[in-house]
Design a protein around this ligand. Structure first.
Ligand SMILES: Cc1cc2nc3c(=O)[nH]c(=O)nc-3n(C[C@H](O)[C@H](O)[C@H](O)COP(=O)(O)O)c2cc1C
Ligand SMILES: [Fe+2]
Ligand SMILES: [Fe+2]
Length: 392
């Protein structure tokens, strides 16, 4: 049996989803995902968010079991994205006296998602407190982490921070509700963070300041395990990520190759970098590997090399798509080097320079190295020089 009490009077009632093909319509989730939800049982009872409607029956059963025949007073809606708001109408119909607590913006979104239904809504703003008895929830606004209506909630009695999508992670819980230490957390939490919140570094920083001031002992996110024990490593990672800092020393090489020539040059460059003592060289094939993971690695390391074939007088599509996503996610503060390949009129380097030129604080460490059709021994000195430039 899974441990379900996260603090006295606070129970986990979330669900795992192991058969969703893509999260948010684009992210592979080989280990599934959890939609977290909690219930605070006190003189008054508050439900903290619902889950995706895909798991309606299971969630309503979890809720009923936790309630032990009592009637909930409040549903706190921290975030109206359907993976958390899917069952608002179902639970409101089941418990007609239930009052929904959310931001004014969330109330608008609830109206949009549940057209024609009317709800008993009380809107709250920064610093408002909902008294439940022993427990009291203080609401902390978190606009654009990663939607505009988001708030988080802090219970002074238990020091639990209900963090909405912040501190979320891909991967179903499979019975492990808690995690202590970032070792088994950071990989899928990082992929989640940069792809979902990456653009919103400043709003995440603002939330971190307010959250740290509250002094949480436990962080209860809407996806992935509940964080407890020493929270400082989790907070430190979020500080690095949201300030676009470098987490790991090393170089990330992302390549996009039609016939293998660029791939060969990229692998050779990786060898050269290793020979030169680079502590870590990660390589990704943008045509085949998970782009969300490539995005994660681009942010993780401080130095990025993109090697790409020319294509229709432009940039080979997988590299174009990757750079487009980096641009969307506010990629910044990084050293970048480029390798282009072309058989008749190489154009990949020009397009990549333009795309990186539109991003903030990107240092192009050298002019793009040009390969013609296939890498030759004569190209090695240029790759060596590029390696020196990116490592400098
Ligand atoms: C559909 C298509 C479009 C291409 N467009 C260009 C181009 O605009 N300019 C160019 O120099 N080469 C172009 N090429 C050729 C490749 O960029 C070139 O052969 C390169 O060496 C491929 O590198 P790779 O071995 O890593 O795939 C094109 C190739 C294909 C299949
Ligand atoms: Fe979300
Ligand atoms: Fe979510």
């Amino acid at each position: 049996m899974m441990e379900k009490t996260i603090a006295p009077g606070i129970r986990y009632i979330g669900v795992d989803d192991n058969d969703l093909d893509l999260f948010e319509g684009q992210y592979i989730i080989p280990e599934g995902i959890s939609y977290n939800s909690y219930v605070i049982l006190d003189e008054k009872i508050a439900i903290m968010d619902t889950v995706d409607a895909r798991k309606g029956g299971e969630w309503l059963a979890n809720l009923e079991e936790a309630l032990e025949g009592r009637t909930p007073d409040y549903l706190v809606v921290q975030h109206v994205e359907p993976d958390h708001s899917g069952l608002i109408a179902s639970v409101a119909e089941k418990y007609p006296s239930l009052q929904i607590i959310c931001t004014a913006k969330a109330a608008v979104f609830i109206g949009q998602f549940f057209d024609g239904k009317s709800f008993n809504i009380k809107t709250v703003a920064e610093g408002d407190v909902l008294e439940l008895g022993q427990h009291s929830l203080k609401f902390i606004m978190a606009p654009m982490v990663h939607w505009p209506e988001v708030m988080v909630s802090f219970d002074a009695a238990s020091k639990v921070l209900f963090a909405a999508d912040a501190f979320g992670k891909f991967g179903a819980l499979e019975g492990d509700l808690f995690i202590e230490g970032t070792e088994d957390w950071s990989c899928e939490a990082r992929r989640y963070y940069f792809n979902i919140c990456g653009k919103y570094g400043a709003p995440v920083q603002a939330l971190l300041k307010k959250a740290a001031a509250a002094g949480p002992a436990i962080i209860a996110p809407l996806h992935g395990p509940v964080l407890r024990g020493d929270l400082s490593p989790f907070l430190a990672l979020y500080e690095t990520w949201s300030s676009y800092g470098v987490e790991s020393e090393g170089v990330f090489i992302a390549y996009a190759s039609i016939h293998g020539g660029t791939a060969e040059a990229a692998e050779r460059l990786a060898e050269i970098l290793r020979e030169k003592g680079c502590p870590k060289v990660a390589v990704s094939d943008l045509s085949r590997d998970d782009i969300a993971e490539a995005v994660e690695d681009a942010f993780r390391y401080g130095r990025l090399v993109v090697a790409a074939a020319s294509y229709d007088a432009g940039l080979f599509t997988p590299a174009y798509n990757f750079l487009h996503v980096l641009q969307m996610k506010a990629y910044q503060k990084r050293k970048v080097a480029l390798v282009e390949n072309g058989s008749w009129a190489p154009s990949a380097g020009r397009v990549m320079k333009e795309m990186f030129g539109a991003m903030k604080d990107i240092e192009l460490v050298a002019e793009p190295v040009t390969i013609r059709s296939r890498m030759r021994e004569a190209d090695i000195p240029a790759l060596e020089a590029l390696a020196d430039a990116i490592l400098a």
